[in-house]
Design a binder for this molecule. Sequence first.
Ligand SMILES: NC(=O)c1ccc[n+]([C@@H]2O[C@H](COP(=O)([O-])OP(=O)(O)OC[C@H]3O[C@@H](n4cnc5c(N)ncnc54)[C@H](O)[C@@H]3O)[C@@H](O)[C@H]2O)c1
Ligand SMILES: O=C(O)[C@H](O)COP(=O)(O)O
Length: 400
Amino acid sequence: MTRIVLFENIHPSAREVFEAAGFNDIVTYKSALPPDELAKALQGAQAVGIRSRTNLDASLLKQADALRVVGCFCIGTNQVDLETAMTRGVPVFNAPFSNTRSVAELVLGETIMLLRRIPEKNDRVHHGHWDKTAEGAYEARGKTMGVIGYGNIGSQVGTLAEAAGMRVVFHDVEAKLPLGNAHACTTLKQLLEQSDVVTLHVPGGSSTRNIINAETLSWMRPGAILINASRGTVVDIEALRDALASGHLSGAAIDVFPTEPKGVDEALQSPLIGMRNVILTPHIGGSTQESQENIGREVAEKLVRFLRSGTTKGAVNFPEISYQEAAGSARILHVHRNEPGAMGTLSSLMAQHGLNIVGQQLQTLGNIGYVISDVEGQVDDTVMSVLRAHPITVRCERVV
Ligand SMILES: NC(=O)c1ccc[n+]([C@@H]2O[C@H](COP(=O)([O-])OP(=O)(O)OC[C@H]3O[C@@H](n4cnc5c(N)ncnc54)[C@H](O)[C@@H]3O)[C@@H](O)[C@H]2O)c1
Ligand SMILES: O=C(O)[C@H](O)COP(=O)(O)O
């Protein structure tokens, strides 16, 4: 039996895919777990599904002896120690597109709400005031939207912003095809100096840590708006608080935070709480019915394909081998240290045990080699033990 453990309330569409493929040993958790409980829950799990709040660090991965594959049912994979997973022969998959439209729509909505100072006006009406004024309220039409990180989400934000009559500029560390009439800015400073609304769509990690800080905030136009629905590490939140408090910025929408509450009953601790014209949301940029259902299906299908056939196409940390029809009567998935002679060693071991290789595909990445071998004849437990015990082997599984 292959045990599948799913955390963080992953959409039921994932379970449907697993069950349809004949995987019925599925354990689900509604939330992320603290490390000690997580370590216990991972015991015996061969496939694990997480979202952005479950941190699979090196120590947890090393304790998860049975683990064969990880699915991130989201875009971000920075919550997994990808290097450790790779060196343990564990591919990690994600859903690179399924929630991107949901984030882009939210950003456009927030842009219009903040330009009109709706958060503040809504609060006033709820508290008995009828403060009917146009002061500080602007149309989106004709304003400049600055997109930092022009990838799957950033480029869609640009397209939606243009549809609302905005001029779009973007800054990316890679050369990108501008969609519509968008203009590329070669430097972050150029973008910040001309944008009325700045929105962040870069990955998390050390290269983007605090790229919005006291200095870069000072480059923004007086009265500009900042939106962050990427990762909480990208903005120095104290510096943002100061820029809002001084009136240098007129508003902000923040969906992701340096430290986020672990569950529904934990309050967010943030210096932005209570500030005027600031929208705070609980990391729900990609949380819509449509996106979660699609993600559940997309990632579950990737895990099923890996478990059934060994294909690693789309893995974010692993040599990629596309799907291929089984050519023999059994299939062996072999992860080994990427050293000269590894393939020769593997082939000789198989030959010594009477296995005739009828199809084989190898890919390497860094220190790891991954080979799928289709063989004639029976692959019994003795052969598997020999292959697993050889010093070249990182991991070896039989799938057919
Ligand atoms: N709030 C949410 O619920 C939510 C939902 C989905 C995705 N996200 C996050 O949104 C972010 C973007 O997602 P995506 O799918 O568009 O990713 P993507 O990989 O398609 O695009 C990211 C872009 O950022 C660029 N980039 C990297 N470093 C940069 C830098 N220092 N300056 C400028 N550009 C830089 C990359 O070249 C790339 O084009 C990710 O961090 C993801 O985790 C959040
Ligand atoms: O990386 C992502 O896709 C987003 O941050 C959403 O993450 P979530 O699935 O944990 O809401």
